[in-house]
Ligand binder design. Sequence first.
Ligand SMILES: Nc1ncnc2c1ncn2[C@@H]1O[C@H](COP(=O)(O)OP(=O)(O)OP(=O)(O)O)[C@@H](O)[C@H]1O
Ligand SMILES: [Mg+2]
Length: 164
Amino acid sequence: MTMVQFDRVGKRYPGGKEALSGISFELARGEFAFLTGHSGAGKSTLLKLMMLMERPSRGQVFVDGQNLGRLRPGQIPYLRRKVGVVFQNHQLLFDRSVYDNVALPLQIAGYTPAEAGRRVRAALDSVGLLGMEKRNPIELSGGEQQRVGIAPCGGEQTGAAAGR
Ligand SMILES: Nc1ncnc2c1ncn2[C@@H]1O[C@H](COP(=O)(O)OP(=O)(O)OP(=O)(O)O)[C@@H](O)[C@H]1O
Ligand SMILES: [Mg+2]
């Protein structure tokens, strides 16, 4: 089954040059793929098109059978719960604790505080950060901050931090 399909996708940023042109490929369920290219080649742009952080100038993108060009704005959060993204810059919120950063997407997804708490501790444990819940992300090393960013991706997908 096809999970991701790009059909002759082009992306031109306003006022900019063409970041992507004529991109077509398919990824099957369970397929493991690497996307490589020089700095500025368009890698982040391609990933942003998969989660509707950007929209293509031409062509069509499909994720899990859905044509992203046809998604209504209200459906975008549900798409992002299916697409786990580890950002180049981790997108943590520095005005709240490590715990609250990991808990936020769970609260949005409707988990009870008790269930969210259980999942937050399991997620932090899986990245070796149990015991850091009360810290502010600013007090952590770069690698520890990145691990907070990926903690919500462990186990069940929550779409944490997506789209911020
Ligand atoms: N918001 C934007 N507005 C205008 N141009 C942009 C924007 N974002 C990216 N670009 C341009 O689009 C091209 C592709 O950028 P992109 O961020 O996709 O590259 P990348 O392959 O992820 O690079 P890197 O390896 O440095 O992260 C670059 O020329 C970049 O300057
Ligand atoms: Mg990039």
